[in-house]
Design a protein around this ligand. Structure first.
Ligand SMILES: Cc1cc2nc3c(=O)[nH]c(=O)nc-3n(C[C@H](O)[C@H](O)[C@H](O)COP(=O)(O)O)c2cc1C
Length: 386
């Protein structure tokens, strides 16, 4: 049977084109010098593999309250962790978690200004489904959506989907075809056939197009050579897992240069970590130490074992910074008085980091403190403005 399913031109522009330049809708493109975000508020224990006391819990009410508080403070980003199973130990770290596209859709409706991300393991979702889901959330949020593209390093959870994990660099080859197809679905006003190594299909189409033009903000946290290549070629922001300001300075220079020289595009760079701000340095250090003292070493051991085997970027850090996995998912810890914290954020910014997505021991409670004590000092330091 031959059907004429192709739509008759002209189609309405609200179907065939994104509606608004994303620089007008997405705060990731605003002019704040040091952007702020929250990381991991959809997963149990957030960024800490620890039983340190906290009111944090994974319930819809709680995650929404945190999101709304960050939104009211003017934060730019909410970035969830994509996780399909926990890491065992006494916490079963991150194992109790909300799926991120649906989480983002709910928070898009519940917030006003903040950018909301879904974190997508590319092998777990077909590009047509991802493109459509992203577009829907982009319309709900009126152009505040973003996609964190992750390849899937935690093999036991990838085993849940297809039984066989691709080699590290092959994951990025797959990711390239995946993101090319998603961008094509977002950007093509007609239909097209696809015949790739991983995806094949006839007369693909996707309407409507995303709300923001040319498409939702894309981020990636690849730090290995193939990860950096992928980021430089495809995304708006790279997230780096690095341990010193010096390495950050070098790293941010190299990846920006690569994007510019090899792909004629610009990329920004951000980092992540646990932030602990208290009235005195002693209190801050004690609170940080308490996270380690209450640490779930079994879960941390499992993470490091898999990460060491599977994820090239983490190898060095595993040996040197075991505690960093417990206190901040191996991110860069920022610990001290409000003044010290702002100085440290300034150093990161000066090393090329345009922002930081943070974990807190107790997100909801500590956000209040951050708004009262840290934010005003960031403004004084010229890192933020009203
Ligand atoms: C900020 C940030 C967020 C990440 N989020 C996730 C995630 O939600 N799920 C996941 O499986 N991996 C996540 N990762 C791991 C990265 O996707 C990546 O595998 C890792 O940084 C190693 O880089 P490589 O693939 O270049 O070796 C994240 C990493 C960073 C730095």
């Amino acid at each position: 049977m031959s059907l004429q399913l192709n739509p008759t031109a002209p189609r309405p522009t609200q179907e065939t084109q994104p509606l608004v330049d994303r620089r007008q809708t997405n705060p990731m493109f605003n002019d704040q010098k040091m952007k702020l975000g929250l990381f991991g508020t959809n997963c149990s224990y957030g960024l800490i593999m620890s039983h340190a006391p906290s009111t944090y819990e994974v319930s819809w009410q709680h995650t929404r309250e945190i999101a709304q508080r960050a939104d009211a403070l003017g934060f730019e980003a909410l970035v969830p962790i994509a996780r399909w199973r926990g890491f065992g130990g006494t916490t079963n770290f991150n194992g109790n978690c909300f799926e991120t596209y649906t989480w983002a859709a709910g928070l898009a409706e519940a917030t006003e200004n903040i950018a909301i991300f879904a974190t997508s393991h590319l092998p777990t979702v077909h590009p047509i489904v991802a493109a459509k889901a992203a577009t829907t959330i982009d319309h709900i949020s009126k152009g505040r959506f973003g996609l964190n593209l992750v390849m899937g390093w935690f093999s036991p959870e990838m085993d849940m989907f297809h039984g066989e994990q691709r080699q590290h660099d092959e994951r990025y080859v797959f990711g390239q075809e995946w993101v090319d197809l998603v961008k094509k679905l977002w950007g093509t006003p007609g239909s097209f056939d696809v015949e790739g190594c991983f995806f094949e299909g006839k007369t693909l189409e996707a309407y409507p197009k995303p709300y923001q033009a040319p498409h939702p903000v894309l981020i990636n946290a690849g730090n290995s050579p193939s990860g950096v290549e992928f980021s430089a070629r495809n995304v708006d922001i790279n997230f780096a897992s690095l341990d010193t300001v010096e390495t950050m300075r070098e790293y941010t220079k190299v990846i920006r240069y690569k994007a510019r020289e090899e792909y004629s595009r610009s990329i920004s760079t951000m980092t992540y970590g646990l932030l602990v701000a208290r009235d005195t340095e002693k209190e801050a250090k004690q609170a940080f130490q308490s996270v380690i003292d209450h640490g779930d070493w079994d879960a941390a051991g499992n993470v490091m074992k898999v990460a060491g085997m599977e994820s090239q970027s983490f190898n060095e850090q595993i040996k040197q910074f075991q505690e960093r996995f417990i206190a901040g998912w191996a991110g860069y810890p920022v610990v001290g008085t409000p003044e010290q914290v702002v100085e440290e954020l300034g150093r990161l910014n000066e090393a090329g980091m345009d922002g930081m997505i943070m974990g807190f021991v107790d997100y909801n409670e500590e956000l209040k403190y951050f708004g009262e004590k840290v934010m005003p000092l960031m403004k004084q330091a010229g890192l933020r403005h009203d």
